[in-house]
Design a protein around this ligand. Structure first.
Ligand code: FNR
Length: 196
């Protein structure tokens, strides 16, 4: 069975991020042949196109990490009814230098958690627009606008409550099917199908 590598990006740089806890909860519900690795944002400077000719190393690392995975899962908070600056900065880094957009053709799913009742819906709406412009293949449903309470994810074990786990199981099952359908095929599969 093919193994799929998933890079998850947390749109928060907080060491206590509830969105990282959500990303980890999602990853734990996935089948073993979906391997999750975090693509970190913390080292990135503020994007500046003047540096495109000599791209900052953290920018190169981000691009290589995105390009090395079969799909990306972005789990983000909403800041002031928008995409957090750190996440938008990372998307800008990934999109450049011109002609090397790392998101082109990449399957991407998004989710987000906040304490508020709309659970990051506005940030995710903006994010869909940016990812569409970047030519990513974005999972449409289910949307994951998650309002977390203190009991949603266990502080010690990281386990989601039964009601949150119930929703996440469906989300993960759809995500797995989406990745299997949209991930780029390995070279040997191309050779097999062209030989057939
Ligand atoms: C917030 N928060 C927030 N929540 C929300 O639902 N909509 C919003 O627009 C905002 N705006 C906002 C701005 C800023 C600068 C901060 C720091 C926070 C609250 C936010 O959901 C909460 O702090 C989450 O815990 C942030 O996610 P992480 O960092 O814990 O993953």
């Amino acid at each position: 069975m093919r193994t799929f590598k998933i890079g998850y990006i947390v749109g928060s740089t907080s060491a206590h991020s509830i969105n990282r806890k959500l990303a980890i909860a999602i990853s734990r519900l996935a089948q073993p042949h979906f391997e999750f690795v975090e693509i970190p944002l913390c080292e990135l400077p503020v994007y500046n196109r003047d540096h495109d000719a000599d791209y900052p190393q953290p920018g190169n690392h981000l691009k290589a990490a995105i390009e090395s995975v079969d799909a990306v899962l972005i789990v983000t908070p909403e800041y002031n009814r928008g995409i957090p600056g750190a996440l938008k900065n990372a998307l800008d880094f990934a999109s450049r230098p011109w002609g090397t957009n790392s998101f082109a053709g990449k399957p991407v799913a998004i989710a987000g958690a906040s304490g508020g009742p709309i659970g990051t819906a506005v940030a995710q709406f903006q994010l869909r627009g940016t990812l569409g412009f970047l030519d990513a293949i974005v999972m449409g449903q289910p949307e994951a606008y998650i309002q977390l309470t203190e009991t949603s994810i266990d502080e010690t074990t990281g386990e989601p409550s039964e009601s949150l786990a119930g929703f996440l199981r469906g989300y993960v099952a759809t995500f797995e099917a989406f990745v299997a359908k949209n991930a780029e095929k390995p070279d040997d599969e191309y050779q097999e199908s062209s030989a057939a």
